[in-house]
Design a protein around this ligand. Sequence first.
Ligand SMILES: Cc1ncc(COP(=O)(O)O)c(C=O)c1O
Length: 390
Amino acid sequence: MTYDFEEIIDRRGTDCYKHELLEKVCGRTDVLPMWVADMEYRTPAFVTDAVQKRLGQGILGYTRPTAAYFQAICDWNKSEYGLDITPEMINYIPGVVSGIYMSMLAFTEKHDRILILEPVYHPFRLVPQANEREVVMSPLRRGETNFELDFERFEQDIKGCKMMVLCNPHNPGGVCWTADELRRIASICKREGVVVVSDEIHCDMLLGGRRHVPFASVSDEARSIAITLQAPTKTFNLPGIVAAHAIVLDEKLRERYFAYVQGSDMDLGNIFAFDCVRACYSDQGREWKAQMLAHVEGNVRLLCERMAAECPQIVPIVPEASFLVFIDCRALGMGTDEMIRFFADKAHIAMNPGVMFGPGGEGYMRMNVACPRSMMNQAIDQIVAAVKER
Ligand SMILES: Cc1ncc(COP(=O)(O)O)c(C=O)c1O
């Protein structure tokens, strides 16, 4: 079956974040919404059919995850990343960010230190800060093609930390950490007594034929300190369903974390979540995902080629994973506020400013390219025209 990624779907009036918050964040609504990380692609029918089927039963009562739900997650982990897990290692969580929050509550106390690699997805910083943890922002280094780990700095910064929240693959920048890098992180964290929460929500969207390496899989040390958080919601465009799961291979770690999740009743789930996860982690899901990724790759290529030819001041970082492109706008020489206003008022595009992801993000904007080609071309046209007029 061939899926259509060129369909224009008007989401205005559907209460979606991407449109409803434009006025608040951009001060205007006449902009292309290329910010919040959900896709402009239609959620695949095998997912919406699963929802319809549940609706059809007529009563939306409490619903529990079945053995088939756990098995689908085990099978997917084995087939997609070669990771062997068993059902008791899995617990439903209401979103990956909630999973980070619960890990923080289960394994740290107030004023404990939690390390993150900046720039990174902002809730990594905001959630611990809101809960009176000390956030240690260990900077990534800007390398020739993308952000890179600075192990010397990391080894210093990790001292005294109780937890690290890792983004694997990394958002923004779309970096896929190598097995060697992950092994090194694991060895340092094990030595320092640090629990690693590995947010792997982007792990099904590796580009260029790459294969995801789960942090927990790289060594016995990694296995013994890893809380892995996964969800099909980004890849298959159903984040509104709120379906994620934690995987913990180490028994002791698992007992503590799952006791917390279950004890706080955070694993109740919702009636649609379990069926949707099963629908995604299937042969149909694999097929849709391959076609979706090919489309995203086409958009990334288009963006890079057209920027190089028509607007060389703006340099997109080619992501190794996912549909979020960190674009280097430093050559425009604008301050943060000026740049935000420039893209909103002159280019008429809503993107996430790099500073939102912390130090190191200055001078960048994050663009969501999971959209029809026509929208992508329109966005590029608008950027090129705005830069030329400057
Ligand atoms: C790295 C990362 N983690 C988590 C999330 C959000 O996950 P959830 O909606 O399951 O909390 C996002 C969304 O963009 C993300 O990029």
